[in-house]
Design a protein around this ligand. Structure first.
Ligand code: FES
Ligand code: FES
Length: 155
């Protein structure tokens, strides 16, 4: 079996995997980082979004071996010393979640959006989130949370 090696949440990891192993399975099953969710089998829901070399990626649409030698950040890697990332804090503050299933992917996508566009309009936020499906919130509070995080982060 091929071996993969990558930095995940700042820690170097390596393992032997079957060539068909998806990045999301590697993160959840090999590394037990279960904050990255699987919500569909069509690459539509976005609950599996992580950052690969700083860019948001649907981890169900990438093989683990394609992530060899990259730096991966999952939702578990966002908080620093127990302190929530401003995006996580904004989702909590503005009720951007109900069941929370979509939240890790939403947060990871939103953090990437603000890296690209620190002060997005409501339309730009909604466009960006087209690849992330929430089945409970109606999106309004998610948008509010992202706007609040943008203000907090100085956008
Ligand atoms: S699990 Fe990846 S997009 Fe749905
Ligand atoms: S909060 Fe339940 S799916 Fe989004």
């Amino acid at each position: 079996m091929p071996s993969v090696s990558m930095k995940v949440n700042g820690k170097q990891v390596s393992a032997e995997v079957e060539p068909r192993t998806l990045l999301v399975s590697f993160l959840r099953e090999n590394l037990r980082l279960t904050g990255t969710h699987v919500g569909c089998d069509t690459s539509q829901c976005g609950s599996c979004v992580v950052h690969v070399n700083g860019k948001s990626v649907k981890a169900c649409s990438m093989l683990a071996i394609q992530a060899n030698d990259t730096e991966v950040t999952t939702i578990e890697g966002l908080a620093v010393n127990g302190e929530l990332h401003p995006m996580q804090a904004a989702f909590r503050e503005h009720h951007g979640l109900q069941c929370g299933f979509c939240t890790p992917g939403m947060v990871m996508s939103a953090v990437d959006l603000l890296q690209e566009n620190p002060k997005p309009s409501e339309t730009e936020i909604r466009d960006w989130l087209e690849g992330n499906i929430c089945r409970c919130t109606g999106y309004q509070n998610i948008v509010k949370a992202i706007q609040a995080a943008a203000d907090e982060m100085g956008g």
